[in-house]
Design a binder for this molecule. Structure first.
Ligand code: ASP
Length: 338
């Protein structure tokens, strides 16, 4: 391994207070040996490639991959891939099939960022089928980064997006059942690993350019008006094409608190691998929270060489990985078990 990089990383490790085992040197220059991730690829520069969070990432990656193979850009791949998940009416955590807030409104959050650091975002958007495309429209046709609520909806309609009535009838029935149960229990929305699952995607094209996107219906039964990390550039998503990109999933409030995805990218800038950067960012979340009950957060990152890493607070986080040779789910590493 390049000695200068090792020294740099060693220094970074001590600044960050990371344990020696995390930065253990190996004969082949792989910093973390025991993981099953793709962290040992930097020298091979394998791209194009697509990664995205959770099982719904498989179908999304497939579409993103086809888009890239048919000559699309990484940005096209992100938009087309994420639209697949948004279109899946059985998906309860992304798009119009998503779970509502506690007042019965399905409010959607999404953002997109490209290799030139251009970005667009929509939050608290209701009744529009493709928030990721609206986010791209904001990025490409306005001077702004973020539109929210009614303004975002008006913008979408003006730009030809169709209106959809939400929640879907079956989702509404579930919400009504939940509401009845809440009368007996505490009036506090709870988050756990069953009521959230954003899709965040990172795509690297054949030239090594990185783009990313994120789309979600957010925390089921959240307070009306709540916006999570997913549409916030630097929290749910961050790209710096010189360094790499990262996306987040899990409890948005915890991710926002540490500017999660930006933190991952900045750690990579200082020499950490994608995997180390995700781990250190999770460590920071753990350090900042006394009560970790139900506090699942996960990060997925790709560096400029195409090396991928993923790490979460609890077990159970996985991601879809697609390149020329592979199309599969990979389990992220984690700090603790449920
Ligand atoms: N991060 C999303 C939010 O807080 C939820 C999730 O990823 O599951 O809205």
């Amino acid at each position: 391994m390049d000695r200068r990089k090792l020294i740099k990383i060693g220094a970074l490790g001590s600044i960050l207070g990371l344990s020696k085992s995390v930065f253990g040197e190996t004969s082949n220059g792989i910093l973390i040996k025991e993981n099953n991730l793709i962290d040992n690829e930097p020298k091979k520069m394998i791209y194009p490639k697509i990664v995205s969070t959770w099982n719904h990432g498989m179908a999304a990656n497939q579409k993103a991959w086809e888009t890239i193979k048919n000559g699309g850009t990484a940005l096209d791949a992100i938009e087309q891939g994420l639209r697949v998940t948004e279109s899946d009416l059985t998906n309860r955590s992304v798009g119009i099939g998503g779970m509502p807030d506690r007042t019965g409104h399905v409010t959607l959050d999404a953002c997109i960022m490209d290799e030139q650091s251009r970005c667009g975002s929509v939050a608290f958007l209701e009744g529009i089928d493709h928030p990721i495309s609206v986010a791209r429209k904001v990025m490409e046709t306005t001077q702004h980064v973020m539109l929210v609520g009614k303004g975002a909806k008006d913008f979408a309609i003006e730009n030809g997006f169709s209106k959809i009535k939400t929640p879907l009838p079956e989702v509404k029935a579930e919400w009504k059942k939940w509401l009845k149960e809440q009368e007996k229990i505490v009036k506090q929305p709870q988050i756990n690993h069953e009521n959230h699952d954003t899709i965040g995607m990172l795509a690297m094209d054949k030239d090594g350019n990185i783009c990313g996107g994120c789309t979600t219906s957010g925390w089921a039964y959240k307070l009306h008006g709540r916006v999570g990390d997913s549409p916030i550039i630097g929290a749910g998503l961050f790209i710096d094409n010189e360094v790499g990109g990262a996306v987040a999933t899990g409890l948005g409030e915890a991710i926002i608190r540490i500017a999660g995805s930006h933190t991952v990218v900045e750690l990579m800038r200082q020499g950490a691998s994608a995997m180390e950067a995700c781990k250190e960012t999770v460590d920071r979340i753990i350090k900042k929270h006394k009560n970790l009950e139900g506090l699942q957060c996960g990060f997925l990152a790709i560096d400029k060489n195409g090396s991928v890493g993923a790490f979460s607070v609890y077990n159970g986080f996985n991601f879809a990985y697609t390149d020329e040779k592979q199309h599969k789910m990979i389990d992220a590493h984690f700090d603790r078990t449920w």
